[in-house]
Design a protein around this ligand. Structure first.
Ligand code: T3D
Length: 260
């Protein structure tokens, strides 16, 4: 499917979705919202896709809401904008049972910062930065920022960044554990693809169930988390990939996981 604001490319079971509005630092307008939602839905349904990478075209990852579009007439109220566009986007990323990597090529601001935080892993260019820009335009952190930021950075740092709107540079984000790796800009996609291809050869069902269990455990007590883990393990235990993993161990050979 051809899109106007999103590029889609496949290689070795990895789908890369590139936000493509470089003239506006890949800020979200209505078209980008619709096309990204469609591209994510397609990736979720396609069994050949076993890992997803999200990145930005040009010098930015994503500058959040297109503020110029907000000035247009007949726009949605902020509540409706979040309910209809951002919240479903973030939920789709968190509930998709496939690993999702943000390749953060440049600035990630506002909802663009949250988009990166909602992904499972972040690999960053040394030119990347994370800006909770909401306060700069008199708003509160949204699209899940209040959920992800304190969990990834701790409450103190999350409050500092959201109160000030100051940029967190890639190196500092790595020191705080928010980013897995920081690499020179020119190596970003090669490094990300190496990780993505490794994950795409992994037992996708187990990874998906791990994601589901971790998501749930964030809001559960230990007893409930143990019970939920047990249910997920029952499912994982019935997969081809579990049998293959055990067989390969016994036969002292690398496993050939199918993702099912
Ligand atoms: O509707 C709602 O508001 C509710 C939803 C809220 C969710 C949110 O995301 S709120 C936060 C919205 N985002 C921002 O406030 C970030 C705005 N952008 C910036 O602060 C800066 O652009 C950056 C820190 C991201 C990067 O700064 P810099 O100096 O590298 O670039 P620049 O010169 O500011 O921007 C380059 C171009 O991109 C420029 O266009 P021009 O003048 O060359 O034609 C600029 O207007 C455009 N641009 C950047 N961000 C946005 C944008 N255009 C529209 N919307 C943007 N968010």
């Amino acid at each position: 499917m051809a899109y106007e604001t999103v590029l889609v490319a496949d290689a070795h079971n990895v789908r890369t979705i590139t936000l493509h509005r470089p003239e506006a630092l890949n800020a979200f307008n209505a078209t980008l919202h619709d096309e990204l939602a469609d591209a994510l839905k397609a990736a979720e349904r396609d069994r050949a896709v076993r890992c997803l990478v999200i990145t930005g075209a040009g010098r930015a990852f994503c500058a959040g809401q297109d503020l110029k579009e907000r000035l247009g007439e007949n726009e949605l109220s902020l509540g409706d904008l979040l309910r209809q566009r951002y919240n479903p986007l973030i939920l789709r990323i968190r509930t998709m049972e496939k690993p999702i990597i943000a390749a953060v090529n440049g600035v990630a601001a506002g909802a663009g910062c949250t988009l990166a935080l909602a992904c499972d892993l972040r690999v960053a260019s040394d030119k990347a930065s994370f800006v909770a820009a909401f306060v700069r335009v008199g708003l509160i952190p949204d699209s899940g920022c209040t959920f992800f930021m304190p969990r990834l950075l701790g409450l103190g740092k999350a409050l500092e960044l959201t109160f000030t709107g100051d940029a967190l540079e890639a190196g500092a984000a790595q020191s705080l554990g928010m980013v897995s790796r920081v690499v020179p800009g020119e190596d970003l996609m090669a490094t990300t693809m190496e990780l993505a291809q490794r994950l795409a050869q992994a037992p996708t069902r187990a990874i998906g169930l791990t994601k589901r269990a971790m998501n749930r455990a964030l809001s559960m007590d230990l007893e409930a988390a143990l019970a939920y883990e047990t249910d997920m393990q029952e499912i994982a235990g019935r997969t081809h990939d579990h049998k293959e993993g055990v067989q390969a161990f016994v036969e002292k050979r690398p496993p050939q996981f199918r993702g099912a």
